[in-house]
Design a protein around this ligand. Structure first.
Ligand SMILES: Nc1ncnc2c1ncn2[C@@H]1O[C@H](COP(=O)(O)OP(=O)(O)OP(=O)(O)O)[C@@H](O)[C@H]1O
Length: 326
């Protein structure tokens, strides 16, 4: 029996083995092709074919806003990922998993996640809130008798949690996260440059602007003529388009801090706020949070994989699973 940590995210799926580290880190996309034999591709293989197939093939994303929206698709997806990571062994030696779940998920959404994994063949599944797993993956101890505060900006959701000694004290969950940022970039290009780009194109521009800075060239089609067109866009412009979403995260964090008791606030002030998730890489987010709160805010070393690493670490941390898990 093997137990692994599984972060089934809106944008990316990361699977981490407690001993071998990250063994799968690919986009949460699945491509199904009907025919004599049903073919299923997941991750990079599926993403590379998006927009390049006939109507016989359908691309699907098993999650929206951090939760499963299509149980059948999620079950097929989890099974295909499990087969990729466990290979042929999967047929005889079933996997167990500690899976990440948004703190804001409803009981029904939690049930859907457990069912998808169990029906895909996982032998036993524990759910652990993603911000707690992220903290554990960064070396913090969620059982410690002092308060930690984590901001996890993913694709579908941004989650904020203050926790101490096995309990979540205050939490916030908002859809103001990476996907909303991508939509904001799309709208900006349409409004300011008459340029139409698809979701993937807009995400690529957002990430290039964040990583390279300076000027990026955006490719799309002209809104009036439909002809292909290239437009130079400055990183400052993209930054400006993302402001409303960044403000949404700042507001959620501010309201979370307002509810903390004074002693807990002292702990956060001393330890700093931990910032993780792919959406946290947007330039300016950390500075804006620090400016608004007057607290130190720290980026983590592996913002895109620390949740899965923490889930794998929880395999050997029964107290964490008992206190925070379900
Ligand atoms: N360098 C970057 N700059 C800006 N955004 C980035 C960068 N790298 C990744 N992202 C964004 O981070 C998001 C994905 O982050 P992550 O993998 O942590 O989310 P997820 O776990 O799939 O989502 P969720 O937890 O909401 O289900 C995407 O919206 C992606 O565009």
């Amino acid at each position: 029996m093997v137990d692994v940590g599984v972060d089934l995210g809106t944008a990316n799926t990361v699977v981490c083995h407690p001993r071998d580290g990250v063994i799968f880190d690919e986009p949460s996309v699945m491509l199904l092709r009907r025919g004599a034999r049903r073919e299923v591709l997941v991750g990079h293989e599926a993403a590379s074919l998006e927009g390049r197939t006939s109507p016989r093939a359908r691309s699907r994303r098993p999650l929206r806003g951090g939760v499963i929206t299509d149980l059948e698709a999620a079950r097929t997806y989890v099974r295909a990922v499990a087969e990729r990571v466990a290979g042929r062994q999967w047929r005889w030696r079933r996997l167990g998993a500690v899976m990440g779940v948004p703190l804001g998920a409803t009981p029904l959404e939690r049930r859907a996640l457990t069912e998808a994994a169990e029906e895909a063949g996982m032998s036993h599944v524990t759910l652990l809130p993603e911000p707690i797993a992220g903290a554990l993956g960064c070396g913090l101890d969620p059982m410690e008798r002092r308060v930690h505060l984590v901001v996890d900006v993913g694709g579908g959701t941004a989650e904020i949690a203050a926790f101490c000694w096995g309990e979540v004290l205050v939490a916030r969950s908002t859809r103001q996260a990476g996907d909303e940022m991508t939509t904001a970039v799309r709208w900006h290009l349409r409004e300011a440059h008459d340029l139409v780009v698809d979701e993937r194109g807009a995400e690529d521009i957002k990430i290039r602007a964040s990583v390279d800075g300076g000027e990026v060239v955006a490719g799309g089609s002209d809104a009036r003529t439909g002809r292909p067109r290239l437009v130079p866009v400055s990183a400052e412009e993209i930054d400006e388009a993302l402001r409303p979403v960044v403000r949404g995260v700042v507001t959620a964090l501010t309201s979370c801090l307002e509810e903390l008791p004074p002693q807990a606030t002292q702990d956060v002030l001393a330890g700093g706020v931990l910032l993780l998730g792919g959406g946290s890489l947007v330039p300016g987010l950390r500075g804006d949070l620090e400016k608004a709160l007057g607290f130190p805010v720290k980026h983590v070393d592996r913002p895109l994989t620390c949740v899965a690493e923490g889930l794998a670490a929880a395999v050997a941390a029964p107290a964490v699973r008992r206190s925070y898990g379900s």
